[in-house]
Design a protein around this ligand. Sequence first.
Ligand code: XLS
Ligand code: ZN
Length: 337
Amino acid sequence: MSNQLSLPDIYLSFFMFTTNMKPDDLDYRKTIIQHIKKLQTYGYTGFEFPIAPGVTQDYSKDLQDYTNLRCYLDEQGLANVKISTNVGATQTLDPSSSDPKQQQQALEYLKSRVDITAALRGEIMMGPIVIPYGVFPTTDCGTPIWSDELQEHLKIRYANAQPILNQLGEYAKCKNVKLAIEPITHWETPGPNKLSQLIEFLNGVDSKQVGVVIDSAHETLDGDGPDIFKTQVKHLAEQGRLHYIQISPPDRGAVHTSWLPWRGFLEPIMPVYQGPIAIEIFNAIPDFVNSLRLTRRKFWIPGEDPANQYPSAYEIAEKAIKTTQKKVQKIIYPKQK
Ligand code: XLS
Ligand code: ZN
């Protein structure tokens, strides 16, 4: 029996190494090349680049820097390497703000990130681009807002953000970039935490350029379980909004030794999704240790850290892709051994 499904591209998130690609840093460019060339030998065909918000808000400089970075990759023989971008809203660049001026600034910022994605020849820009990542709302006196009150608060914020995301979607369409919004666990961010919340949000956004990334870590922690998940994936695929998939274990660490519900997660996805699968591992780099309360050891980074007896970032990345390929293969070709 012939099977129409083919194996997806597998990307690795640069969160294994950094939260900032430092596109104007000529030394770091060489490091990027070193990582990519090594990781290609394991089978990675693309990479997810975190695009740091930057401090200057000089978007034309940012665009030039990332354009130069792409040129450099091309010159180094990496023209075939695919790139997606990981972008977040920030506390001051927040499309869900109730201040129209801030919303416009957020729109300009997010458009600049679409431009960067296109300059990298990327077709997917993903991440928490509706509510700033990790910024938990408080009352004016600083008391945290949770549960029902939080959901009421978020209703207003989502309604604020919907028209902005729609405009961003129209802009991104001209640049051939899909926007994949990520539901993220409540341990990390106030919302959207669940696919159901994001689907409701998207009901108020016309542009189908605006869709979702489903990350297995968040889905496992905050999702609604395998039965509802099936119907959600089907619905999103029918809408043309299933833009991106990330494989990340619940502890955000090593993939090959994790409780990842491969079958329940991938079975509904694989028949309706043709895009790449990105492996996202949060290495214990300084930017993550506090915010994610990482107790585990750092996977030492070749070229940056002294070698030790524990696994390196490369070893973890190699085992992650092998495991993922095996699991995907089992679902696409269930009869093969
Ligand atoms: C997490 C996300 C990522 C960051 C925020 O799963 O993929 O977007 O956490 O930048
Ligand atoms: Zn993710």
